[in-house]
Write a protein that binds this ligand. Structure first.
Ligand SMILES: Cc1cc2nc3c(=O)[nH]c(=O)nc-3n(C[C@H](O)[C@H](O)[C@H](O)COP(=O)(O)O)c2cc1C
Ligand code: SF4
Ligand code: SF4
Length: 235
């Protein structure tokens, strides 16, 4: 397994030698996160020595999967892969924005979702081992997905412009800089700069111990708006 965090070069050798390649990512705006689509854009199947390589896609979603196998299949084809399996697992939304209450599931609901997810993964592994296609989650109809993608893509690309740090609250622990999956936070001469390479994952916002990361100059007070820090953080 290769994490896309800080992946510098396309792992062509691994792709070439694998029987099938899997892509696992959270659905953002009924689409792949930018970190995944940007990697695919950099891939050249001809230079990489693969064409029609079998691929499976595993996605997670907070509410509902408006991405789905049709869109995944199209994207895979465009980049030299052939979709052989698609599975979506519902987990939790990961943002609580100032002014909007996030509906996090309870720990009990999350436990059920994860159990369901594990079973779905077992089924996926079984089918892949048998060499069978396994396309699930026909999903909601394609129109909402297309509309959501159109409405949110630009916002995700411009997310870095909305982020800033409240220097009065920041304790200079630098965990945001260290843990940003795309190395998009630069700290220089006492100032934080967010770069266009940001993938809009909200890790910096959700994990800042001082709640100092702002979105559009605002932050959600932790007393009223919890931060999602993975399934274990739910009560
Ligand atoms: C920018 C952004 C866009 C998102 N768009 C969607 C969406 O369109 N549909 C949805 O169900 N969840 C959406 N989510 C929620 C994530 O899909 C969800 O939190 C994620 O799957 C959690 O999985 P993880 O814990 O593996 O990151 C979005 C989250 C972010 C940060
Ligand atoms: S994680 Fe928060 S407190 Fe730590 S350096 Fe970043 S903004 Fe400051
Ligand atoms: S939202 Fe924050 S942690 Fe995530 S990529 Fe952008 S700058 Fe990095």
């Amino acid at each position: 397994m290769i994490s896309l965090d800080r992946l510098k070069t396309v792992p062509y050798e691994k792709i070439r030698s694998a029987g099938a390649v899997g892509f696992a990512f959270p659905v953002y705006g009924a689409d792949m996160p930018l970190i995944v689509s940007r990697l695919l854009e950099r891939m050249d199947p001809t230079a990489g020595g693969f064409r029609d390589k079998p691929a499976f896609v595993l996605t997670t979603a907070g509410y509902a999967d408006a991405y789905g196998p049709f869109e995944a299949g199209k994207t895979m084809r465009k980049h030299g892969f052939r979709l052989v399996a698609y599975v979506n697992v519902r987990v939790s939304i990961n943002i609580s924005l100032p002014g909007g209450k996030a509906a996090f599931p309870s720990a009990a609901v999350m436990k059920r979702r994860l159990e369901r997810g594990e079973k779905a993964l077992d089924r996926l592994a079984g089918k892949l081992t048998e060499g069978k296609r396994h396309i699930t989650n026909a999903g909601p109809n394609l129109l909402p997905g297309a509309m959501i993608r159109k409405a949110t893509k630009k916002r995700q690309e411009e997310q870095y412009q909305a982020l800033s740090v409240d220097s009065t609250r920041c304790i200079r622990c630098m965990s945001c800089v260290r843990d940003c999956p795309t190395e998009s936070i630069i700290f220089k001469d006492g100032d934080f700069t967010f770069m266009p390479s940001c993938t809009a994952c909200f890790r910096c916002y959700n994990f800042c111990p001082a709640f100092a990361v702002l979105i559009n100059g605002r932050y959600a007070a932790p007393e009223g708006y919890e931060r999602y820090q993975g399934p274990e953080s739910l009560k």
